[in-house]
Design a protein. Structure first.
Length: 385
């Protein structure tokens, strides 16, 4: 029987509401080069939400996520409240949740109180880039403005979004460990896209490949010494997907244009929020962009690469950088190779006693066997290279 690898545990879809173009920070890796003051109109938000639930019924979707996005979404707090008050007075045909990711600097006073009153129906995630020094370097000296305890204690399952940059790469392991030791259960640590990884924000040249390899091995050693800690996805790679191969995938790794749609302040419905950056730059509405067949979206340079099933393709990032959703970022390619090598070493060590490690203990015997096969395939790939 053909082995099928799926990435969706339940049938879900996301309605992203691009609440505002404005932000009160100026992060070093920010993809939003055209910031403005536009706020999501109420009627467009309602249209997007209605459309999403209609789609949920049509496609037999079980769960709807309503994501409030920015900029910094809480610069549009009054509109968020207005939209949520409307949502919560309506009857909807499937289960749903409202959520947002924030830089945390505005979550005080009235906003904080409103979120606490609605903590069970509005979920909040925090962007936190590691240690205070790392975070301040990346994110406009904003660490001291964040109520860390509020996020950890109120939404413990949500975790944080950590983004390493070229300038903080040499502290990557310490940053990830710091977030673990703060008590967050999850760290969605992903690399900044659309940046030049060979220089930091000040133009200083760095050997990002060497630094990354060293940091990942340090981090892998930490997880081997702390088996109860679930490793971040950058190391805890789905090697069973590598073993199964590209033909076993039924879903894209990125949900843009399929499970995800983004409504913008000017009324567009785009595959994800990143596509809006091109629209703002060109000052034109974008034509329909088809993203529903992942086999047609592969870069020809990726053909026969066994890592394609675990490579974090970002179609919006490709569109921003190249105006071509099928073209891949070469830095992402190199980073994925380094991640895969370090991750294969770590998981290979864990496979000796899989029941000991949080990364493997819930896997079936079949999944463990597939994982071991994927690990060996990756290691053979680099031995050949």
């Amino acid at each position: 029987m053909k082995k099928i690898i799926r990435y969706e545990k339940i049938k879900r879809c996301t309605c992203t509401l691009y609440m505002t173009e404005a932000c009160n920070l100026n992060c070093v890796y920010c993809y939003e080069h055209k910031k403005g003051t536009a706020i999501m109109p109420m009627n467009i938000a309602q249209e997007g939400i209605h459309s999403t639930f209609e789609r949920a019924i049509r496609d037999n979707i079980e769960y709807v996520e309503i994501l409030f996005h920015g900029g910094e979404p809480f610069l549009a707090f009054e509109r968020i409240k207005e939209i949520c008050d409307w949502i919560w007075t309506q009857e909807w045909p499937v289960k749903y949740i409202c959520y947002a990711t924030t830089n945390g600097t505005l979550i005080h006073g009235e906003i904080r109180n409103w979120l606490l009153e609605n903590k069970d129906r509005f979920i909040l995630g925090l962007s936190l880039d590691g240690t205070p020094e790392m975070h301040n370097r990346n994110r406009s000296d904003s660490y001291s403005k964040i109520d860390i305890d509020l996020f950890r204690n109120t939404w413990p399952e949500q975790g944080v979004k950590m983004t390493p940059s070229p300038g903080t790469l040499s502290s990557l392991a310490n940053g990830v460990i710091y977030v673990h030791e703060l008590g967050f259960k999850k760290n969605n640590c992903t690399f900044a896209s659309g940046v030049n990884w060979e220089t930091d924000e000040n133009g200083k040249v760095i050997d990002y490949k060497k630094i990354l390899a060293e940091q990942l091995m340090k981090l892998a050693t930490y997880y081997l010494e702390h088996p109860e800690v679930l490793p971040v996805d950058m190391l805890n790679i789905k090697f069973l997907a590598v073993a199964a191969g590209i033909n076993s995938l039924t879903d894209k790794l990125c949900g843009a244009g399929t499970i995800m749609r983004c409504w913008t302040p000017d009324g567009q419905c785009l595959p994800c929020h990143l596509f809006y950056e091109v629209s703002k730059e060109t000052k034109e509405k974008l034509p329909e962009i088809k993203l529903d067949c992942h086999q047609e979206l592969s870069d020809s340079r990726c053909k026969n690469c066994i890592l394609e099933t675990v490579c974090p393709t970002c179609y919006g990032g490709s569109f921003v950088s190249y105006r071509d959703v099928s073209k891949r970022d070469p830095y992402t390619c190199e980073i994925t190779k380094i991640r895969s090598l370090a991750g294969s070493w770590m998981i290979g060590q864990m496979l000796n006693t899989p029941q000991t490690y949080a990364a493997l203990k819930d896997m079936s015997e079949e999944e463990l066997a597939m994982t071991a096969k994927g690990v060996m395939m990756v290691q053979e790939l680099f031995d050949e290279g």
